[in-house]
Design a protein around this ligand. Structure first.
Ligand code: GDP
Ligand code: ZN
Ligand code: ZN
Length: 523
């Protein structure tokens, strides 16, 4: 600013002047870009199914639970409390479940000797009555255990409830016993057999190999290949206590991740086991915590059909099988996408050959689904930086640019040495202009306008504070790039960004402090 400041400078107002040019060429180019931005955004929105992933493996699971528990039950017989000891074996505590799941009972509440007749409902705020007027003949609601007869009868002492036609006596509303009756189930073991098949590779394997010692117990570091798991150990791995979960029940995920290198002539393929608590352990009493269901054992006594109703609490184990993570790479100077499914072992991703897969076609018919006119302000002709398509001249190589870089704009990875090769990837296979210098990159990936629109489209009430804004925009920009260059969302989730694009996006939406974490495999 000049040092001299006259009064007239203060009373000035500045505005930009918009020039409208009647030009066939500029007009056509402008609309060309608008159509591309529309179709891209609508394509990105319509094809957005981030959480739906294709599983590259076909798997079958078989489980066998073993163990014996001694159960001390308190029962009331003719008004006298008695302690009954019984032994529970596999047939008593496991129930068949569908899919890759098994169930182990850890606790229960029994209602014995039920038969079909008339009896009063269990007293709750909903069922208490003082006279027949409080009950309604034929009435049943989803929470009641039977059909009302219209009479109000004595349940116990001076408490009266509506009479129902039902399995009587009605199950009492009670708390699950503490400690859990089958607390010792933590010593049970489960053997998991898992066979897998990678369809594209004609390769089948299983987790139990001939030489395996079948009397082992899984241990994360000392015995990570043993397929026999002690239930208590599984909970210890997730930081839970078996005896706490056993009271109300819960759901535990056992993840089997097959880390395979299928590209080499000898297939190296071993499972990795991990555990994840799947039910919400923070839910309070009113939100039905844990995992339970009811189960009945039927029998005949003096020719009368009777049943024992059991409210069963226990742990459902869900086994989830994943295969090797595929990675997808796209070079701007190649029409196909490359699929890499091997470990990089120190080689730059740039130099790995991979398998060629066709690029999915963009579906332009989705365009009509987007009602909004979304576009950047019209370009100002003559202003530099506008309307340039990918220039075919090579950008001068920056001094930091690594040897594997073909575009001159890549930077060395910041990741630890073992993960670095994953980020050693350029936008091109052969030397040439960088994709980050293209107009489309600016419009589709770097435009704050488009990114904010996409974020708000997903979460209309999104309030972004300064700190989270950049990281949301940056992550959205990564996804925009991946969706643009890889088309299908299945591939985009596993697409690796070239270094130049990654750093160009980070430059636009930087992190104020700390290191960038980089690509995280969804497994
Ligand atoms: P952060 O913001 O500090 O965590 O670090 P980044 O800016 O590297 O962003 C990390 C997020 O972006 C994670 O969710 C990553 O999975 C995702 N991400 C980073 N790099 C890639 C990539 O190359 N491909 C894909 N598909 N996602 C990536
Ligand atoms: Zn490069
Ligand atoms: Zn580049």
């Amino acid at each position: 600013m000049p040092a001299c400041c006259s009064c007239s400078d203060v009373f000035q107002y500045e505005t930009t002047k918009v020039t409208r040019i009647q030009s066939m060429n500029y007009g056509t180019i402008k609309w060309f870009f608008h159509v591309i931005v529309f179709s891209y955004v609508s394509f990105a929105l319509v094809s957005d199914k981030l959480y739906q992933r294709k599983e590259p493996v076909i798997s079958s699971v078989h489980t066998k639970v073993k163990g014996i528990a001694e159960v001390k039950e308190e029962i009331v017989e003719n008004g006298v409390k008695k302690l009954v000891h019984s032994v529970f074996d596999t047939a008593d505590y496991t129930f068949p479940l569908q899919g890759n799941s098994f169930f182990v009972m850890t606790n229960f509440l029994k209602t014995e000797g039920q038969q079909q007749r008339l009896c009063p409902e269990y007293p709750t705020r909903r069922t208490l009555c003082s006279s027949d007027r409080g009950c309604k003949k034929g009435w049943m609601d989803p929470q009641s255990k039977g059909i009302q007869t219209g009479r109000c009868v004595v349940y116990e002492g001076n408490r009266k409830t509506c009479e129902v036609s039902a399995w009587c006596p009605i199950e009492a509303v009670g708390e699950a016993p503490r400690p859990a009756l089958l607390n010792s189930a933590e010593n049970f073991t489960v053997l998991i057999k898992n066979n897998i098949d990678f369809p594209g590779h004609n390769y089948t394997t299983r987790n139990i190999l001939p030489g395996l010692n079948i009397t082992c117990t899984f241990h994360k570091t000392q015995n990570p290949q043993c397929p026999i798991f002690r239930l208590g150990d599984i909970f210890r791995e997730t930081g839970d206590h078996f005896s706490d979960v056993a009271i109300q029940g819960g759901i535990m995920g056992i993840e089997i991740y097959w880390d395979c290198n299928l590209d080499r002539w000898f297939h190296h393929c071993r499972p990795k086991y991990s555990f994840r608590r799947l039910d919400d352990k923070t839910t309070n009493v009113s939100l039905y915590p844990g995992y339970n269901f009811r189960y009945a054992k039927y029998y005949k006594e003096n020719n009368v059909e009777k049943r024992t109703l059991i409210k069963v609490f226990g742990i459902r184990f869900d086994i989830l099988v994943f295969g090797t993570t595929l990675k997808y790479v796209s070079f701007v100077d190649e029409s196909h996408i490359r699929m890499v499914n091997q470990k990089l072992l120190g080689r730059s991703l740039q130099d790995v050959k991979g398998q060629e897969v066709p690029r999915p076609a963009v579906d332009f018919t989705d365009l009509s689904k987007l009602p909004l006119a979304l576009h950047d302000p019209p370009p100002i002709p003559g202003q530099p930086g506008e309307m340039q398509l990918l220039r075919e001249e090579v950008t001068p190589r920056s001094r930091d640019s690594p040897v594997w870089c073909q575009c001159g704009s890549c930077l060395p990875s910041q990741l630890p040495k073992s993960h670095r090769c994953l980020e050693e990837l350029c936008c091109r296979k052969k030397p040439g202009a960088c994709i980050t210098t293209s107009e489309l990159f600016r419009k589709l990936v770097l435009s704050r306008h488009v990114l904010q629109f996409l974020l708000l489209y997903q979460e209309p009430l999104l309030a972004l504070d300064v700190d989270s804004t950049n990281s949301r925009l940056r992550h959205c920009a990564y996804r925009c790039y991946a969706t643009w260059r890889f088309g299908s969302q299945d591939m985009a989730d596993f697409a690796i960004l070239p270094s130049c694009c990654r750093w160009r996006i980070r430059k636009e939406f930087p992190k104020s402090e700390g290191q960038y974490s980089g690509f995280k495999s969804p497994y």
